[in-house]
Design a protein around this ligand. Structure first.
Ligand SMILES: [Fe+2]
Ligand SMILES: [Fe+2]
Length: 257
């Protein structure tokens, strides 16, 4: 059996704090084998820095997935090619930096973690998620496949799951920052359309409420400010039967401040 804890979009300082606060208790309670976090918002809401990548690795994170904010910090170009545990969506521009699959050997099996973007309501994408993932599968044959599908549209996430549910053991959505209550097993695959964020709870998806209201109501041009409110922690716990190459359970985890 392989037990995976996947933590949704870590937003800013409060999100990072919630992650480090909750992990010891979660490790004790669930005894997971593999820890994956989405880090696309970890550096002040947009992108990631080398320092934050190192922080995740020191916490014991096995793989950091990204999203449309992968390249929001210029600093990322200086370390992404050497960041062994970091993956970025395969079908996001620019395509030539970093990698989109991280392979881990576990109990004699090859576990592949993949990162793909949706294309509906998503900028700077290249090819369709279906095409992008099929190309990755050809390049990285693995026994167990786990996908972070970073996408806005629920329909696109379901279509992707329906297409790949026989050959993939875990497909989780990220990006919307709100956890959905649709976790289920379809054929061999554990699925949830969005894991939800680990970031400031009493906010607007992690952003400062006053700022978002000035932008939306008063049309004031604002800078990107992250809320200082305490964070909600959002994750899923998935068990995969390694011999049958099949997910057997998926459980939502949500810890509110
Ligand atoms: Fe996000
Ligand atoms: Fe995103």
């Amino acid at each position: 059996m392989l037990r995976v804890l996947f933590v949704g979009d870590i937003v800013g300082k409060q999100g990072r704090k919630a992650l480090s606060n909750h992990l010891p208790f979660l490790q004790e309670k669930y005894n997971y084998d593999l820890l994956i976090v989405n880090g696309e918002n970890s550096a002040h809401g947009k992108g990631i820095t080398k320092k934050i990548y190192d922080f995740f690795v020191e916490l014991g994170v096995d793989c950091i997935t990204m999203g449309n904010h992968t390249f929001s910090k210029d600093n990322v170009y200086s370390f992404i090619n050497e960041a062994d545990k970091l993956i970025r969506p395969a079908n996001l521009q620019p395509e030539n930096f970093g990698k989109s699959c991280h392979v881990i050997n576990f109990k004699g099996k090859k576990i592949g973690i993949f990162n793909i973007c949706g294309t509906i309501f998503m900028e700077n994408t290249t090819k369709s998620p279906f095409e992008a993932f099929e190309q990755l599968l050809d390049g990285f044959p693995c026994d167990i496949k786990i996908v972070d599908l970073h996408a806005e549209a629920t329909s696109e996430k379901y279509a992707f799951m329906q297409y790949f549910k026989n050959e993939v053991q875990m497909i989780v959505g990220t990006h919307t920052h709100v956890q959905t209550a649709d976790e289920a097993i379809f054929e061999n695959c554990a699925f949830i359309s969005d894991v939800g964020m680990t970031g400031p709870y009493n906010s607007v998806l992690g952003r400062d409420t006053d700022e978002v209201l000035s932008a939306m109501i008063d049309k004031i041009k604002t800078r990107y400010t992250i809320s200082n409110e305490e964070a909600i922690f959002s994750a899923v716990l998935v068990d995969v039967d390694l011999e049958q190459q099949k997910a057997v359970s998926i459980e939502r985890i949500q810890i509110r401040p």
